[in-house]
Write a protein that binds this ligand. Structure first.
Ligand code: ZN
Length: 325
């Protein structure tokens, strides 16, 4: 027994001598990823909807802007309100505001997180023609992505990630020309807030390692396919996000299959700002529009937001960000 003890002791000594401090320094540090609370994300989503439809140039829009800005500040972000008068396809001047919250502002390597916060002024896809001039409540098409990002902001304020993170709540995404107007489709009438930001970034020469856009990320049993423009501009980022989701058990939401090609804010961030950016967006290849049946109708209400989906998206993104070196 004694002999064995001595041998073991020597082995331990030898091993400890052979393992100098530098090896300890090389050992990967355990990464703690803050726990995403879907209940919070849901409440932040509901709070936006409670203001009413956040259509530019309305009271609900202005009140919600104040709420989003104050919320980011309360979560320790450095906040910039980027105000701009943007001209819609019909000549309407939209008093818009992109709301930007930054963490680790000194860090050179940055990640950009995006979601539009405005509501579409017309439910032009509503099955009932009488509803088509009413605004969209945009619980899923807008508020859900912002709700997820607000919860992430809350968590980041308590446990800063290694890299810099910028969250942008984009305005005037959904004021695009309705098909009912006829004529050629006017793709650039959408995503006005993003186009403005890409041309006037909040920091001169702004760059990020990559960007992630959230749009319609709350519906029950959502499916997020590999959107084609995301794969074209930022295929490796799509792979990182989708494989992270799968490893966390969210493969039923994040399908590692080719989806549609969608005009959304990420197009302008890729093309105009040159930041490889992916779009996480619910896509239903079996519906006529490619989106949920409530999309751009008066039925995009809080019952279209499910905590399980918010959780899948938020938890995945927290892991992506905190594992990035
Ligand atoms: Zn929309």
């Amino acid at each position: 027994m004694r002999k064995i003890f001595i041998i073991l002791f020597l082995v331990t000594l030898f091993t400890s001598c052979k393992k100098p401090v530098e090896q300890a320094a090389n050992e990967p540090k355990a990464i703690t990823v803050p726990f995403f609370v879907a209940d919070s994300a849901y409440l932040y989503t509901k709070k936006q909807v409670d203001f009413g439809a956040r259509v530019p140039n309305t009271k609900a829009h202005d009140e919600c802007a104040l709420y989003l800005s104050a919320k980011l500040k309360s979560f320790g972000a450095e906040v910039i309100e980027q105000k701009a008068d943007l001209k819609a396809f019909d000549g309407t001047v939209l008093k818009s505001v992109n709301i930007i919250g930054s963490y680790n502002t000194k860090a050179e390597t940055r990640i950009l997180l995006l979601s539009h916060w405005d509501s579409r002024p017309w439910a032009d896809n509503d099955p009932d023609p009488a509803n088509r001039n009413k605004p969209v409540m945009a619980a899923n098409d807008g508020a859900s992505g912002v709700g997820v990002l607000l919860e992430m902001a809350r968590l980041m304020s308590k446990n800063l990630p290694t890299l810099g993170v910028d969250i942008i709540f984009l305005d005037a995404e959904d004021y695009g020309q309705p098909e009912s107007r006829g004529g050629a489709s006017n793709e650039d009438s959408w995503c006005l807030g993003t186009q403005y930001w890409a041309q006037h970034p909040h920091v001169a020469g702004y760059k990020a390692r990559f960007g992630i856009l959230l749009d319609m990320v709350g519906a029950p049993e959502s499916v997020f396919y590999r959107e084609q423009a995301s794969d074209y501009y930022a295929g490796s980022v799509v792979t990182t996000v989708w494989s992270q989701a799968k490893s966390l058990g969210f493969g039923q939401y994040f399908r590692d299959e080719k989806g549609g090609s969608i005009t959304d804010d990420h197009i302008y961030v890729n093309k105009m700002a040159g930041i490889p950016t992916v779009d996480i967006i619910h896509y239903d290849p079996n519906s006529g529009t490619g989106f949920g049946t409530y999309w751009h109708t008066t039925h995009d209400t809080m019952d279209k937001v499910d905590k399980n989906t918010l959780n899948a998206v938020g938890t995945t993104l927290m892991h992506v960000i905190y594992n990035e070196k």
